[in-house]
Ligand binder design. Structure first.
Ligand SMILES: [Zn+2]
Length: 184
């Protein structure tokens, strides 16, 4: 699974609009999806955009340049992951990097994308119930970051299942997965 499968994944309930409470990750990636289809290449531009976005957020953060709200949030998550800082230091290398899951390499951009997606989902409670399930899990683990990592596994499972079946992501199953981890 690569980061382009996470960004723009239609997890949120399509009946409810993303409100202005959203910090814009979904909107940002939705825009990118459109651009991707205009370019008629399936995934590569989106993946590059995502990687450039994180490298740029890191670069601006280090330089002390004012950050947009979404960049600031990205910079916070980047700060939580010092092991990724080298991956983000060189945008050219970042765009060319291949992360082989079988070789046990975490894709930093996928990981950070998932942090942003989950933060946004919790912020606007989409799919509905994710906020409560996440907060329960964070309280049980005593760590918001660890809770996000567990939620990430549920999110990954949901997207993986959706890709295999060709059906839309199942938000209910996703929340059940988080709740199970919060209450076990
Ligand atoms: Zn993390």
């Amino acid at each position: 699974m690569d980061e382009n499968f996470i960004v723009g994944a239609p997890i949120a309930d399509p009946r409810s609009k993303l409100s202005s409470m959203a910090f814009g990750w979904a909107e940002l990636t939705a825009t990118r999806k459109t651009r991707t289809s205009e370019n008629a290449t399936m995934f590569a531009p989106s993946q590059n955009d995502v990687r450039e976005f994180f490298c740029e957020a890191r670069r601006k953060h280090i330089a002390g340049t004012p950050l947009t709200p979404i960049e600031a949030l990205a910079a916070d998550w980047i700060a939580e992951h010092p092991e990724y800082h080298r991956d983000l230091a060189d945008v050219t290398a970042a765009l060319a990097a291949v992360y082989d899951v079988e070789a046990g390499r975490t894709n930093p951009f996928l990981h950070l994308s998932m942090h942003l997606s989950i933060t946004e989902q919790v912020g606007i409670d989409q799919p509905r119930g994710i906020k409560q399930a996440y907060e329960l899990l964070a309280a049980r683990l005593g760590s918001a970051h660890e809770a996000q990592h567990e939620v990430m596994e549920c999110l990954g499972e949901m997207i993986w299942a959706s890709q295999r079946s060709g059906l839309p992501p199942d938000g209910e199953k996703y929340i059940d997965c988080v709740r199970r981890r919060a209450t076990r």
